[in-house]
Design a protein around this ligand. Structure first.
Ligand code: UDP
Length: 442
């Protein structure tokens, strides 16, 4: 693909949660390498560090979010407030950019910043949405927005879609859905319905059935250009400092022996759950690398609630860090399993390295990703509850028992498929060309 003139300008509207910053910056980097000039508009909270990306222009807009929005148990609350508070500043910001540049080729916004769509439309600009989750999650949106309740989940014929157990998951996600959650889901559905194109950080072969179904509901072209982290590996996007000492620790471990434990950037656990995980890891007898973010344990600064005797019981066999260089960790020869919360970035990063997973979803699309991992691709096991005995047994099933052999083999097969897909001239560059054509179409 020829490089475009630098005059083609794309504005990306980012939402500053870790799992959303990373794919948006990766997409920005890919578009920049194709010759586009990039401006990134983002809310103030969790601002990315512009000095890591001197090639982009960053503009921050006021979001009026407070700590209380994030401590709210309702995960939709900050998203709802963000859209309400950022709409006017975002509009002013886009008008200003338009005024100074005279032309914006496209505005690409995160689904979470759904208010960007109406603004983009009103300004007569091309609006494209970036889904940072799987394509499969889009199966839910027609039902959540009651666009086609009857039709949706229930007329699923293929074994792959049946294996997802969508009906059960839909019931689970609908339980205790707050008003904000319902509104946010309807807004997501509308954004996906109305946008000019939908970019998904996924690989076509991974979600073939779901994609073909999703395409029946959403008229916009769905452009799968993942895994973004493989196309823009140098992008530095961590909000927390990565602790490299875990790599020297990993260097001392036997091949495929380590279970890497991380629940991403948002999920929290309570003190008792920390204790159960600690004893489960200890009695599994496997070496482990465990990410405990500061503040991740409710009511604790860090790991001061670890039980007495735990450190002595594990000694050098365990390594705990506040934040790890995850992609490097997953690619390390010593890592044999990943106990994850099943955020989409973690899922796809693990797939690309052939690491089988233990799944403990906390909210939202993590349940669906768990279902894909355990029931469709069959490259993981679910940790049914956070009780020490169960944790020990599930780790052993994956890492030691015969049962793990098939799971590990399928994980490696999927890695090889992904590597082949990445090498293929066709699929990925075709998707990227499609996106570029779309951007330049107006
Ligand atoms: N991550 C990391 N170091 C850690 C834990 C997570 O770099 O110690 C990264 C991980 O590689 C992924 C992102 O944080 O890219 C988490 O995104 P995901 O969608 O998996 O979960 P979320 O944080 O959005 O729940």
């Amino acid at each position: 693909m020829e490089k475009q003139q630098k005059s083609s300008h794309v504005v990306l509207v980012m939402v500053n949660f870790q799992g959303h910053i990373t794919p948006m910056l990766q997409l920005a980097s890919i578009l920049h390498s194709k010759g586009f000039s990039i401006t990134i508009v983002h809310p103030e909270f969790n601002s990315p560090n512009p000095s890591n990306h001197p090639e982009f222009t960053f503009i921050s807009i006021p979001d009026k979010l407070t700590e209380s929005h994030f401590s709210d148990k309702d995960a939709a609350s900050p998203v709802w407030s963000l859209n309400k508070n950022c709409a006017a500043p975002l509009q002013q910001c886009l008008e200003k950019i338009l005024h100074s540049l005279h032309h914006i080729a496209a505005v690409i916004y995160d689904t979470l910043m759904y208010s960007a769509q109406t603004i983009t439309e009103d300004l007569g600009l091309l609006g494209i949405v970036l889904r940072t989750g799987s394509a499969t999650t889009m199966l839910f949106y027609p039902a959540f927005s009651q666009l086609d309740e009857e039709h949706f989940v229930y007329e699923i014929k293929s074994p792959e879609l049946e294996a997802l157990q969508l009906k059960r998951l839909r019931a689970l996600l609908s339980q205790n859905a707050t008003k904000a959650m319902t509104e946010v889901r309807v807004a997501f559905a509308n954004v996906l319905k109305r946008s000019s194109a939908i970019i998904v950080n996924s690989m076509e072969f991974l979600e073939l059935e779901a994609l073909s179904k999703v395409k029946q509901y959403f008229p916009a072209p769905i452009i799968t250009i993942g895994p973004l982290h493989k196309f823009a590996p140098a992008v530095c996007s961590s909000l927390l400092t990565e602790d490299d000492k875990c790599i020297s620790w990993l260097n001392k471990q036997a091949p495929k022996s380590v279970i890497y434990v991380s629940f991403g950037s948002i999920a929290n656990i309570d003190k008792q759950e920390l204790i159960e995980i600690a004893w489960g890891l200890s009695s599994s007898k496997q070496p482990f690398l465990w990410v405990v973010r500061p503040g991740m344990v409710s009511g604790s600064e860090w790991i001061e609630s670890l039980p007495n005797g735990f450190e002595e019981s594990v000694g050098e066999r365990g390594c705990i860090v506040k934040w790890a260089p995850q992609k490097e960790v997953l690619a390390h020869a010593a890592v044999g399993g990943f106990w994850t919360h099943c955020g989409w970035n973690s899922t796809i990063e693990s797939i690309c390295e052939g690491v089988p997973m233990l799944c403990r979803p906390f909210f939202g699309d993590q349940y669906l990703n768990t279902s894909s991992i355990c029931n469709v691709w069959k490259i993981g096991l679910e940790v049914q509850n956070l009780e020490r005995g169960n944790i020990e047994r599930t780790i052993k099933r994956l890492m030691v028992d015969m049962e793990g052999n098939g799971i590990r083999k399928r994980a490696i097969d999927l890695k090889e498929k992904a590597a082949f897909y990445l090498m293929e001239e066709g699929s990925t560059s075709c998707s990227l060309n499609m996106l570029i054509k779309r951007i330049l179409s107006v």
